[in-house]
Each structure stands twice: as structure tokens, then as C-alpha cells.
Design a protein around this ligand. Sequence first.
Ligand code: IVH
Length: 677
Amino acid sequence: MSSAQSSARHAVLAEVIRQHDCAYYVEATPTISDQEYDRLYRELLDLEKSYPALVSADSPSQRVGGAPVGEFATVSHLMPMMSLDNTYSQGEVRDFTQRLQRLLPGETLTYVVEPKVDGLAVTLRYENGLLTLGATRGDGTTGDDITANLRTIKTVPLRLNGKHPPAVIEVRGEVYLPKAGFEKLNTERLAAGEEVFANPRNAAAGSLKQLDPRVTATRPLAFLAYSLGENSLGMTAHTDVLVWLAKSGFVTPQRIWSCENIEALIAAIDELDVWRRGLGYETDGAVIKLEALALRERAGVTSKAPRWAMAYKYAAEQARTRLRSISIQVGRTGALTPVAELEPVLLAGSTVARATLHNEEDLRRKDVRVGDLVVVEKAGEVIPAVVGVVTEARTGAETIFEFPKTCPECGSTAEKTVTAGGAGAAWRCTNAECPAQVRGRLEHFCARAAMDIEGGGEVLVAQLVKAGLARNVADLFQLTVEQVAGLERMGEKSARNFIKGVQTSKSRDLRRLLLGLGILHVGVGTSKALGRRFANLDDLRLATRDEVAQTNDIGEIIADSLVRWFSEPGNQEIIERLRASGVNFASQIFEAESIAPKTGPFAGKSVVLTGTLPTLTREEAAAQIEAAGGKVSSGVSKKTDYVLAGEDAGSKLEKARQLGIKTIDEVEFLRLLSAGG
Ligand code: IVH
């Protein structure tokens, strides 16, 4: 293919993929099969591999996540990102409308009611239709530049639809994790021995604050747009803004209510409360907004919130019950999790007798004491949690829970460790031989998602461990039917089935074996990524930390954890015994080229663009930098390596001079590119 042909083909592929992404993620009506989509996507990647200059900033390939950053740059919002006044009372909604009517005498006020999505507010800046900056709300005036993370979200358009995009526009909305994605993420984290997130909002927050965008890319985040910041394009009504957003490629609230009086508002709020339960994501209220943008201007803002909008919050389902005791669960990785043992209580349609207390910090912060009357909450898909204490109900007989410094199962010392992914610190039992950990590891190895060994459930595993027949996963392959049949309540037939299951599992794929080994941070997604990158267990075992970290979707924390695991003599012995038993080490999903591009003349370098370059457009320059392993940042800081300056460069160039950062022009830039290429 000539370079012109490849460029034309790339443009067609990028556009077709963009349209399918939109059909799938935005409109939720896929138009082609996953297989067909994968084929197109692969062709695009292959083209970009042969012609790196084709990698434009808005190519669908740019959603996989770029290089990690040391810290987020701070950005000032062009228009402040305000919060909303909250209320739980319909009476206050009435007060709100009356106040607005007094502020705007004689005007007919129309309100729009929208669902209040329970996520995190972000702003997206588009210049000439291209996404150039994405930031968190922060304190409302300045936030963090999380562009690289936001780019990985499929419902964040990298380029706006439409032939004539505005020079600058800021789109605002909420990033959230759908309920299904939250469940899946927590299942994977449990499988990887990591702490679970308490709710979808925390999980979304933890995902957005990742310094490694490749981690964010693995989280199924979504974005819903609800307003514009800088530049309202001359529109006069909020509903016009929503229509424009939808046309530009954003997901907007699926349903809104237009209301002209307080009765209609109250009816809408009640209707929304029922309707929202069927949504695939968490909502915690209704947002009421004045429809006319000009009237909003006149109503104005207070120091923190607009006078023209308000949030009505729905109470989460809560119940009060007595905390009988606190027990400690010891997980497969030794994590000690406090669990509230409650007097059973009916909550959101089911009886709850246990609730999570997450970790020691959570317990201390809430000052939960044994004997307390506690408030338990269950919102949507979330596991029931103790959210607070009714301190007025204390009698003085309550006792403070001493968090154990030793493992309640084996008595070994516990140690405090921090986990990846922003879920907090946990105490862990330090004894790898702890029976609770041994049982957990064996159960995990046999689990459906791992080696899928039938019969290897909680009951049998506990008996095997108790009888001293299995101490680690390699022991399973040495068991005989007679040994298993000799266990309490075990028949000859079930014993035979179990041993058959163990034998069958020998041929499982590498990814299942890796997941089954229960290495810290190696969950479903990670083991799959490793299976793609490494042909067999030995290649992975012999790889250096950096080689492992170069795998797509794998960060340094995971790489460290793997290297540490393989370096332990006990684990090496397990591997050799598995090999001797004939367990398959090869990967069936191995792809020779699944390494993220991290090499190139700009590898690890951060470049800021400013001014107009003589021949390259901004997008072209950015694409070249990224294809050469570098990262394009919007603001100059001490972390910037180069400022690529063209004509009319302004304050960024000035700042670079002040900080003593190397400034280059296009000629120098091209020379650097070819020097390393
Ligand atoms: S409008 C100046 N609309 O709620 C008003 N906010 O408590 C800007 N939120 O920070 C917000 N859904 O994170 C608006 N449909 C919606 C919303 C929404 C969720 C969040 C947003 C905001 C917070 C205010």
C-alpha cells in the first residue's frame, strides 16, 4: 500500500470504528458483531504500526491509555465548576421556586428535572472539535488534568460530530461506573486478592485518579453530559444544549421532565425516583434546573452554587439494628476484614445479618462499638455496609473493638499493607501457611473462573487441609481416590469425580493457571493480558520486571508483585511440582506483538506545544510525539522535558524560560524524531 492509500484507508477505518463505538456505547444499539468490530480494529492497529505518523490524537486506538504520569498537572477552569444546593425536603423545593420567582418577577419559569448521576463531575475541553483537555472539578476553580484517563472512556468523544465545530467549547458531565461494571471489577479484585470498592462512586474515583491511564482503560467507566462550560454557542435553552450535546456524540440524560409549576416538579421528582431504579447506574437524586439560559444569568450564583438550580436527594435505603459482634474474616491473601454481625433486619427487600465494615480505618472513623445501635445501608447493587452509629442510643455498655494485631485463625503477626487501586490499607496475616489462607488459595485455584475443578469447594477443601492432605495447589495433583474417599462424608463416587476434575484441569490454558495461582493483583483481566503477552509460564517467570510492565494493561505494581511471587523458593517449588504432574504451562491466547509502544526518541518525555508550527499541525505534531513514546501535556511545569514552540507562542514559552525548560522549534523537533528513529 502506498502512503497515500494507507492514509486514506486509515481515515475510513477510524471513521467506521468511531461510528460503531457511537452505536454501541452511546446509542446502545450495536450494528455489527464483536468479531467484525475486532477485525476492523486490528486492521487499524496494524496500519498504525506500519505507519506511525497515522496515529492521530483522535484515532480510536488512542483509548488504550498512554504512558503513566508522575503527578497530575493542575488546571484552572475557564468557568468555575460549581456544586449544587442539596435538599431532602420537598418543602425546600417549593421555597426554591418561590425564591426564584421573587428574583425574576413577572417571568414564566420553566424547569427541567434530570437524574442526578452518582459519579464525579469532569469538564472536557474541545478545540476545533478535538478533545484537548479533561479535568476534575477539584475545588471548583482548579482541578487535575486527567486528560489521558478520560480519553480511555468510550463515551467521551475524542472528536465532536459535525462539520463545523466551535473553536473552543467545554462540555461538563459526570463520569460513573455502571452497576454491572462495578460488580465485575469487584469480582476481579476479590479474585486477585485486592480490596473491593465500597460502591460504584468510590470505584470511579479510584479509577480516575490512577496515574497510569492503562489501569483506567481497564475500568468500564462511562460519561454522561449535562451542560456546557465556556461558550454556550448562542443557545437560549437548556434542552437545546442537551440536543446539541447528543448530536455532537455525547450520552445525555435518557429522560428529562419539563415542569412549569411546583406540583409538576414534585410529580416529576416522584416519578424519577421509581424510574431510576431500572437504570444501569446509580443515581442519588433529581437535579432541578431553570430552562432559560438568560434567566439563569439574571438569577446569578452564590459563593458556591447557582441560584437557578438545586438537587433533590433521595434517601438511601437504611435500617437500624443492633451490632452483636465484630468478626474478622481472613482472606486468601491474608487480608483481615472486619465484618459486622447484626441482629437480622429487613433492608431493601432482604434480611441482612452481616454487613461489611471495610477495614480498620473505616471502623475507627465511624467509631463503631460492639453493642451499638448502627445504621446499615444498602444502595442499589452495593453490599450492605454499616454507615454510622446512633450515638444518642448509647448506654455506656458498648465496647470498643480492638482490631487484632495477630491473625485470629493462626495467631501470627498481622502487618499493615497498602493495596493498589486506591482502596485503602489492610491488615494482613503474615503467615503464608495460615490455614485460612491455605484454604482460600486452594478454593481459589479450583474456582470456576480459574482451573474450574469440580467438587473443589469450601467443604472438601477444608477437609483436605484439616486432614493434612493438601497444603498447596501442587498437592492436589498427587491426591488419590482412596485418600479423598477416606475423608468424612465423602463417597467413593464423589471422590472419583473430584480426582477426575483435577486431572482434566491439567490441560487448562495459562491464563486460568495464572489466575488460579492467586498472585496478588493478578485477577481475571491481568491474567488474560499476561496470557496474550507470554507464550508460557516459563517466559513470564524468566521475564524482568520491566518486560512484564511493558505488557498492555499491566502496571508496575502488578509487575512487582509477579516478580516477587516468582522469586519465592516455595512458589518455585510449586511450579516445578506442577510441571512434573503434567500441568499445561502454555498460553492459547498468546499474541507475539502485545507490547505497548514505550520506546522511541521521545520515550518517557513530556512535551508541551505552543504557537503555530511552520508545517506541522498541532495534531500531527502530537501524534508524532505519542508515536515516538512521548506524552503531550497542556501546561508547562517542572516535569516538562521540551516546549515545542512555533510562531506567536505566548505565556507557555515565557514559563518555559522561567523554569529553564528546553525549548525547541519544528526543525529541531524533526531532527530529534529522526535521530532516534
Ligand atoms: S449540573 C452548576 N446536572 O452533582 C451546576 N450536576 O451536587 C452543575 N451531578 O458537581 C451541575 N448529575 O457532579 C448537574 N444532571 C446533573 C447532574 C449533576 C450529577 C453532580 C455533579 C455536581 C453535583 C452537584
